[in-house]
Design a protein around this ligand. Structure first.
Ligand code: NAD
Length: 377
């Protein structure tokens, strides 16, 4: 079975879908692995390392994509590359399937079985394949490093002969995987951290990291069976904004990570809250790729608003490309290993398996995922 790994083409993407280490493990399983020349260069993995791991290096991208029984990628493919895929092949990547309807349709038309890594179920068995978590974790770390870099203050308290420096106050909105890592990183740097999330279960987790939890009574909020937040009502949003106003004004750094799976991110930090912040403070919007949590944030830019820096830098995990590639690649490897038939040296798409049912988007010429059929939004 041939596994093809083309190089990422998204501008500025530094991460690689597969590392040499995972390549060696796939080769050991009996797969024939071919990677495009330069696939791991930006992440720190030269072609030589893939060759040593047992892969062949392809110069012809189109032939590489067209010959794979499985094609592994990180980001969704450019739509024009779908026609290059072999009918009956399996394509594995992030797909943004709620928003990429045309892309999903094209996969179906070309008879490709497309797996969307966003749809890997959040079960214990599938945890090792969860790319959203592996990337969000590194993103949370990078958000704090960026905040420290853009702030006009240091994070820790220091008592020196020249006087006492008070710790920076960091407010983290949204405490999922990224938010928890951001809390832990900011605490390690010595900041005073407050955090907030609509899911009540988060309070305990925040406290266990020795941070403060901002309590806002919004009535019923809850979460989905996969642990994702539900969207708030207009009334709840207004209540939340009033309560967050003061904390934003008191903070040196605000980091927002709030997302609602499959929807545009909610706007949480409004112009009014930005007005309340001191010049020199920093807001990092980790949700910028799904629309942004901060009013006026500009995608992939740092802007200045009356002295408050609004950081909309995208692809935060890509700022640590070696580790981000390492964990993404380990997630893909775990998926392949889980469904690998060792005897026949082939990947078996078990259609009745809970993991495959969760993440398979197209198969046999049709859109097959119930999340897309039942709830196209
Ligand atoms: P996410 O990226 O979808 O959202 C980030 C955070 O933003 C979430 O905590 C969410 O509750 C919060 N949020 C959404 N709307 C908000 C609002 N209006 N105001 C404030 N906060 C808001 O979430 P995630 O990082 O993917 O994690 C969601 C949960 O799933 C976490 O509890 C995580 O630990 C859990 N999880 C479980 C598994 C597993 O069981 N295998 C794997 C990964 C994550």
């Amino acid at each position: 079975m041939k596994i093809s790994v083309p190089k990422e083409t998204h501008p500025g993407e530094t991460r690689a879908p597969l590392t040499p280490d995972s390549t060696a493990k796939l080769v050991k399983l009996g797969a024939q692995v071919e990677v495009e020349a330069g696939v791991g260069l930006a992440a720190g993995f030269p072609d030589d390392a893939y060759a040593k791991a047992g892969a062949t290096i392809a110069i012809d991208r189109r032939a590489l994509i067209g010959s794979g029984d499985i094609v592994l990628r990180l980001r969704k493919p450019p739509v024009e590359e779908i026609a290059l895929l072999k009918s009956g092949s399996i394509h594995v990547s992030l797909l943004d399937p709620f928003n990429e309807k045309e892309l999903v349709q094209k996969f179906a038309e070309h008879g490709v079985s497309a797996i969307s890594m966003e749809f890997i179920p959040r079960t214990t068995r599938a945890q090792k394949m969860d790319v959203l978590s592996s990337q969000a974790n590194l993103g949370g770390y990078e958000a704090v490093i960026l905040a420290a870099r853009y702030s006009n203050k240091i994070f820790p308290m220091m008592t020196t002969a020249a006087g006492t420096i008070l710790p920076s106050k960091v407010f983290i909105i949204g405490v999922g995987v990224a938010g928890l890592q951001a809390i832990a990183t900011a605490k390690r740097l010595g900041a005073k951290v407050t955090a907030y999330d609509t899911r009540p279960v988060v309070e305990e987790q925040v406290k266990s990291l020795a941070a403060q939890f901002l309590k806002i009574d919004l009535g019923e909020t809850g979460q989905t069976k996969d642990g994702y937040a539900k969207a708030l009502t207009e009334e709840q949003i207004q209540k939340q904004r009033q309560a967050m106003n003061k904390t934003c004004g008191d903070s040196d750094v605000v980091i927002t990570t709030a997302q609602v799976f499959g929807r545009k991110a909610p706007v949480l930090v409004t112009a009014e809250m930005l007005n309340a912040m001191k010049p020199g403070s920093v807001v990092i919007d980790m949700a910028v790729e799904t629309g942004g949590n901060v009013e006026g944030v500009v995608y992939d830019q740092v802007t200045d608003r009356n002295g408050v820096k609004i950081v909309g830098i995208a692809n935060l995990p890509g700022r640590a490309p070696l580790h981000a590639s390492q964990v993404y690649s380990a997630n893909l490897l775990a998926l392949v290993e889980e469904f690998w038939d060792k005897q026949n040296k082939t990947f078996v798409l078990k259609l009745d398996d809970e993991i495959i049912k969760g993440c398979l988007v197209t198969h046999g010429g049709k859109i097959v995922n119930e999340k897309l059929i039942a709830k196209p939004n």
